[in-house]
Design a protein around this ligand. Structure first.
Ligand SMILES: [Zn+2]
Length: 237
């Protein structure tokens, strides 16, 4: 990562990150609707699709996997994702849909699944590297942390030397204010808090979220304060 640059590709829906360095890789792939913008931004960065060696997916939601299959075809990149979400990304396991831990989620669960599926559909894609806690992507200097609570197989990619991590939706940062993942599409508040505390313990300077702006400096401290606030607010239901 030393000498590498991280290019944020942001659409109104989600972020992805193109990391240019000795080995170029992409973290997440946004929604199917944002394909044109994503490809334009990659072209603007002067990275040719064939130079992208890895596509790292933080979790299985359509706003992170929306262009995965197409980009894998274009680049020949190896695709990595947490094992439990990899099964969903590959289409071997159905996505559970909205969670029941928030009023909005409970309301969404009453919508026919076929309607939600139509909205959140993405082309399924084989995952080359199903990941587990403690795995290391040597070539990229990244360690894998399992972060359940939003999706079962959500992961963060942690660069210890540079004290940064790509954290998916575990912490959002809208208007530069750290917040929880979308609860309507999460399934367990206690696991969310546990996952946030793991990020808080890392001594992160910067955390790169799926939604909102980059968290930092002192990202871990900010995430620790968020977890404290939420655990006071989230009394057991
Ligand atoms: Zn998500």
């Amino acid at each position: 990562m030393n000498g590498a640059s991280i290019i944020t590709i942001r659409t109104p829906t989600a972020n992805c990150y193109l990391v240019r360095g000795e080995t170029t890789y992409l973290v997440d792939t946004n929604t199917p609707k944002s394909r044109k913008k994503l490809l334009e931004e990659i072209a603007k960065s002067e990275v040719k699709p064939g130079e992208i060696r890895y596509i790292l997916i933080t979790h299985c939601h359509y706003d992170h996997t929306g262009n995965l299959a197409e980009l894998k075809r274009m680049s020949g990149a190896r695709v990595a994702a947490g094992e439990k979400d990899a099964e969903i990304i590959a289409g071997r396991r159905p996505y559970a849909g909205p969670g029941d831990i928030s009023p909005a989620g409970r309301l969404l669960r009453r919508i026919p699944p076929s309607l939600l599926e139509r909205y959140q559909r993405f082309e399924t894609c084989e995952v080359d590297l199903p990941l587990h806690e403690g795995d290391v992507l040597e070539e990229l200097g990244l360690a894998v942390l399992e972060l359940p609570g939003h999706t079962e197989g959500g992961v963060a990619y942690y660069h210890g030397e540079n004290r940064l991590a790509f954290i998916g939706d575990m912490v959002s940062n809208f208007l530069n204010r750290p917040g929880p993942p979308f609860l309507s599409f999460s399934y367990d508040r206690r696991l969310i808090l546990d996952s946030m505390r793991r990020l808080a313990e890392l001594d992160l300077e910067y955390a790169y979220p799926g939604h909102g702006t980059v968290i930092g400096p002192r990202a871990s401290e900010k995430i620790a304060r968020l977890a404290d606030r939420l655990s006071a607010r989230w009394k057991p239901e």
